[in-house]
Write a protein that binds this ligand. Structure first.
Ligand SMILES: [Zn+2]
Length: 158
């Protein structure tokens, strides 16, 4: 898996979201080493509070693949996903989440809470963090100095 290549694509989505007046929140979905969907925050444009980048990427991936179960899918997100987005990843049967920056107040892959790879849920995601952290910090300066989960010793791969 070319982590940096796909994270660069997620960073481009973040920049595009910011350029259109949204939070700089971007993601892409990857299946079998191929990019199958893009997502960027559209909360302001659509008035939909659930239109986070990960959700938008999952919706597009499901539409393109023509199935509601997204097993095999890995989602790359610039920022650690929130509880809603991790819930959607679990519900979709996605395999994993890769992110650049941890989010200490919203992140649900270990920073604020651990839903992604918890002991008690029947589904778990493979979590990889810290990919292209410096470049992501340029896009999200609010989270730049948060070394987040990578610094706290979460597994980079499993
Ligand atoms: Zn979210």
């Amino acid at each position: 898996m070319n982590y940096e290549f796909f994270m660069r694509a997620a960073l481009a989505e973040s920049s595009a979201a910011a350029a259109s007046g949204e939070l700089a929140d971007g993601a892409v979905a990857v299946l079998d080493e191929a990019l199958v969907a893009h997502g960027r925050a559209q909360v302001r444009a659509t008035g939909d509070p659930t239109a986070h980048a990960v959700i938008c990427a999952l919706r597009e991936a499901a539409r393109r693949l023509g199935r509601g179960s997204l097993s095999g899918l890995t989602v790359f997100s610039v920022v650690e996903p929130c509880t809603m987005c991790v819930g959607a990843l679990l519900a979709s049967d996605a395999d994993g989440i890769v992110f650049a920056l941890g989010d200490p107040t919203e992140g649900a892959a270990g920073s604020a809470v651990q839903l992604a790879d918890g002991e008690r849920l029947s589904r778990r995601l493979r979590v990889v963090s810290g990919i292209l952290q410096e470049a992501a910090g340029e896009v999200r300066p609010d989270l730049r100095d948060v070394r987040g989960s990578a610094a706290r010793g979460f597994a980079r791969a499993r």
